[in-house]
Each structure stands twice: as C-alpha cells, then as structure tokens.
Design a protein around this ligand. Structure first.
Ligand code: ADP
Length: 535
C-alpha cells in the first residue's frame, strides 16, 4: 500500500504533484486552525466557569448577609433577598444535576446556568466543556468540589427555612434563633476550601490545556513544515534526477554517441521526456548506422570507380605512348611528301587538286599537333629537377605565349599575386597553358570571356585556381574530363585532342598535388590544383 502510494506519487504529472503538496499543506494548516479554534473555545468556557464561580460565591456572601439581616431585623424583605441570592447557586446546582444525567435536557441546563447569572453567550460553551471533559482529571476535581459545595448550599437553604419558621413562630424564641444562626459559620467555613478547590482545579486544568494546546500546535506546525519540505524535496529531487539523466544523455548525443539512454525513474512529464528522448536517440542511432552503411558502400563504389578510371587511363596512356612513337615516322614521311607536293606540284594542279592538297596539308598539320601533344604527354616525368620559380614570371610567360588567342577572343585575365615555389617549370607552364587555353576556348558565345587566376598558400601546399565565365561542364562529366581523350563538347565546333587535362593531371601529380573542377553549366568553371610546398 505504502509502496503503491509512493509509486503513484512518482508517476503523476508534475502539476498534480504540486497540487498534492499544496493540498496536504492546506489540509494540515486547516487542522491546525481547527485545533486552535477548539482550544480557544475550550479555554473561553473554562474562563466562563471561573467567572460563574465568582458570581456564585458573591451571591453566596450576599445571601448570608441578608440572612443575618433577617435574623436581626426580622424584616421579610431581607428574607426575600436571601432567597433571591440563593437562586444563583441553586440555578448552577440545577444545571449540574441535569448535566450529570446520561441524557440531560439541555433546556433545563441552559435555564439553570441563566439563573446562575452566567452570560448567555457562554452557556453553550460551558455545557460542551462539562460534557466533553467531565472525566478529565481537573474538570472532574472541579465538579467534585462543586457537588460538595452544592450540599453545603442545600444546608444554607435549610437554615434559611428554619430561621424563617422560627421568626414567624409565636411566641418568638431568641434562643432558638441563636441556635439556628450558630449553624451558619461552620457551614461557611466548609464552603471556602471547596470554592478554592473549584477555582484551583479549573486554573490547573486551563494551564494543562494551554500547555497541551501549545504542544499540539507546535507538533502540527512542525508536521506542516516537515511534510511541505519533504514533499518539495521529493518533487524537486525527482525533477532534478530525471533532468540530470536527460542532460547526460543529450551531452553524449551531442558528441555523436547515441548509445547512452536516459534512465526513466517515473512516468511524469520528465519520464515522458526521457522516453521520447530515448526513442529519438534510437532513431538517430539507426539513421547514423544506415548512413554509415550507405557511406561505406558509396566509398567502396568511388574507390572501385577510381581504380577503374585509373586503369583505363593507364591503358590509354600506354596507347598514347605507342601511338606517338609508331606514328611519328610515317607521319613525318607523309608530311614531307605533302610539303614536296605543295612546293613542286601545286601550281600545276587544277582547282580540285589544289583544294584536296590543302585538305591534305591541314590534316597533316593536325596530326603533327596531335602527335606532338601525345609526345609531350608521354615525356612528362622525365624532368627530374625542381627549381625555385617565381610563379608571377612563369604566368607572365604563359600569357605572352597565349597573347594572340587572348586578344582574338577579347578575353580579360585577372591574376592575383603568385608565390615563389620549388616546381618543374616547363611542366607547370604547360599546366597553366592548358587551363587558360581551355578557359578561352570554351568561353560563352554571349559573354566577353573573363578568367581569374589566384593562388593561396596553405600549410603544406599551395592551392591554385583558374576560373572562367565560360560554357561550363555538365555535372555527370566532371569526373571524366581528366581522362585522356575525353572531349565533351561539340567536336566540330571546338578543336582539340582531349589530352590537355589528362596532361594537367599528370603534371599536378608530379608536384604531389591534386586537380579537380567545380562548374555550373552555362555560368562557368573553376579548375583547382594543389602543388606541394615540400618538394
Ligand atoms: P581538349 O581541350 O583538347 O578537348 P582537354 O583535355 O583540355 O581536351 O579537355 C577535355 C574536355 O573538357 C574538353 O573537350 C571540354 O569538353 C572540357 N573542358 C575543359 N576545360 C573546360 C572549360 N574551361 N570550360 C568548359 N569545358 C571545358
């Protein structure tokens, strides 16, 4: 039972916990107020009895005085006053007798107390005190004293009647009257200690009650404090513990580890939050796992594709090497004869013959260029000495070499400051030449070609960029263009061999670097390459 209440308290919502705490406190405070109200009422009733006793004792003295007056003056008016004062004590007597019965008639009791001249507002409290506490030690002592005093009062009434009778008897006997009056003092002497006992008992009772009430109030106040404190600590500890758990798990999750789950201590809002957090981190863990798997398989594919491309490149390189060597000799022969034909026979040929010979000469020229490119490409790597080169000068030379095509295309070239590096100068020059020539060649027909060349020094390498505002490259071709003989654009429109970028790649690799391109079709391309600064 105790456990289930504890469990229930743990699991209810935080708002309910707070309401419960405040509710318990309010209940305890109400109990405290009730106890206070009850004690004040009880003490006020004790005060009413003490006051009643004062009235009782005064009436008693007055009655005695009137009795003695009556004996001295034999005036009936004094006797009537005597009877009047005696009514006070007799009223209280009537109330006590009725209250002592198991089922007292409260009207008679009220009547009796009223005759005892008690204040009407006090009477109900006096009745309650008598009935509730008659067995209490102090109240019981007071009632005993009151009962004994009532017996003495009955004695007084009897003396009064005897005196009245003696005074009204003819012949009047002074001896008899004196004998009757002699009974008064002993009775009066008996009464005083009873009155004292009554007052003392009530006084002690009220002090006892006050002490107990104070203790009770103190205990209730302590209970209110302790309960409030315990509930507040329990609630705040619960919240703190739950939040700490969630915090630890979120901290771990923030570092990318979703394996730590928040422990759930309750089913309140914090518990629900922890549960939701756990579900979320499980989902994230699953996603990360899946992502890793996808990444791994992607990486595998990329590796596979790269190695495929590298082997394709090697095959093509091999071909280029063989072709350049084996074609060189026959081509030289063809070119020689074409030259001879042009010099010796062209004037003798008719119109068609001249045109055919021109075609032949142009084709031979293109083939020579191709073979030259291939030979250049195959020769890369033979130059083994790096030299310190001011790239600013090197770039100036390149731009001077390309001067005519730049001017023809109306191109604008902007170059940033370049570093001095240890490089293979001939190769690097070729690299810049290829990239800038391509940027001019693939310019956008509707725009003036613009080319930006920049360099940025990093810790172990320098990053160069050659950017243009040309026709750009479709994304699906980006990884292909560095393979030899790859030409993406219209071959009749753009002349070329598809060797240039493969050449660039080789040169960059000689410099322990990488080359890559970023491009937006229709807007332009940015070629980047790095060169190691530790060569
Ligand atoms: P080539 O220029 O002789 O065709 P390259 O190897 O230099 O051969 O270039 C390969 C292909 O890459 C080109 O045919 C062209 O389709 C594309 N390309 C190279 N540079 C650029 C550029 N700056 N802008 C657009 N396309 C380019």
């Amino acid at each position: 039972m105790k456990r289930s209440i504890f469990r229930w308290f743990k699991d209810v919502s935080i708002a309910k916990k707070l309401y419960f705490t405040v509710g318990i406190m309010a209940l305890l405070i109400a109990i405290e107020l009730l106890a206070l109200f009850f004690s004040i009422n009880t003490l006020s009733s004790v005060r009413a009895y003490v006051g009643g006793e004062g009235l009782w004792s005064k009436a008693q003295k007055d009655a005695l005085y009137q009795l003695l007056e009556y004996a001295r003056t034999r005036n009936e008016a004094s006797y009537a006053k005597f009877e009047g004062f005696m009514k006070v004590s007799l009223g209280d007597h009537k109330a006590r007798i009725e209250l002592s019965k198991p089922n007292p008639n409260l009207d008679i009791v009220r009547e009796g107390f009223a005759e005892g001249r008690n204040h009407p507002d006090d009477i109900d409290g006096m009745i309650k005190l008598f009935r509730r506490f008659h067995s209490n030690l102090y109240i019981h002592r007071a009632i005993v004293a009151w009962t004994q005093a009532d017996e003495v009062i009955t004695g007084f009434v009897a003396i009064g009647q005897q005196l009245h009778e003696a005074i009204n008897t003819v012949p009047y006997s002074q001896e008899k009257v004196t004998a009757i009056l002699n009974q008064v003092d002993p009775l009066n002497d008996r009464l005083t200690p009873m009155e004292d006992e009554f007052s003392f008992a009530l006084g002690e009772g009220s002090r006892w009650l006050e002490g107990n009430v104070l203790k009770l109030l103190f205990i209730i106040a302590l209970t209110v404090e302790c309960t409030g404190l315990t509930l507040a600590i329990t609630v705040s500890n619960g919240i703190q513990k739950g939040l700490k758990e969630i915090l630890l798990s979120t901290n771990t999750a923030a570092k990318g580890d979703f394996s730590r789950k928040a422990r759930i201590f309750s089913r309140d809002e914090i518990g629900v939050l922890a549960g939701n957090f756990n579900a979320m981190s499980e989902e994230l863990e699953r996603l990360v796992r899946e992502n890793k798997e996808v990444n791994n398989s992607l990486e595998k594919k990329v590796r596979q594709r790269t190695s495929e491309m590298e082997s394709k490149n090697k095959e093509l390189e091999q071909f280029a090497y063989v072709a350049s060597h084996d074609l060189q000799e026959p081509l030289r022969t063809i070119a020689g004869f074409v030259d001879l034909l042009q010099k010796e026979y062209q004037p003798k040929l008719d119109g068609n013959g001249k045109v055919y010979l021109t075609y032949l000469s142009q084709a031979a020229f293109r083939m020579r260029t191709l073979i030259k490119d291939l030979l250049d490409y195959s020769r890369i790597g033979r130059e083994r000495e790096v030299q310190p080169v001011d790239i600013n000068h090197l770039l100036e030379e390149v731009l001077a070499d390309l001067g005519k095509s730049i001017r023809d295309s109306d191109g604008v070239i902007t170059a940033g400051p370049m570093p001095i590096l240890q490089v293979y100068p001939t190769e690097l020059k070729l690299l810049f030449q290829n990239l800038i020539a391509n940027a001019i060649k693939f310019h956008h027909p509707d725009r003036q070609p613009e080319i930006w060349i920049s360099a940025q020094q990093e810790e172990h390498h320098c990053v160069f960029a050659v950017a243009d505002n040309g026709i750009g490259i479709e994304p699906q071709f980006l990884d292909r263009i560095f393979i030899i003989f790859q030409r993406l654009h219209n071959r009749t429109k753009y002349e070329g061999s598809g060797i240039g970028l493969a050449h660039c790649k080789k040169i960059v690799e000689m410099h322990e670097g990488k080359i890559w391109v970023e491009s937006k079709p229709g807007l332009g391309s940015q070629f980047y390459f790095t060169i190691s600064t530790d060569l």
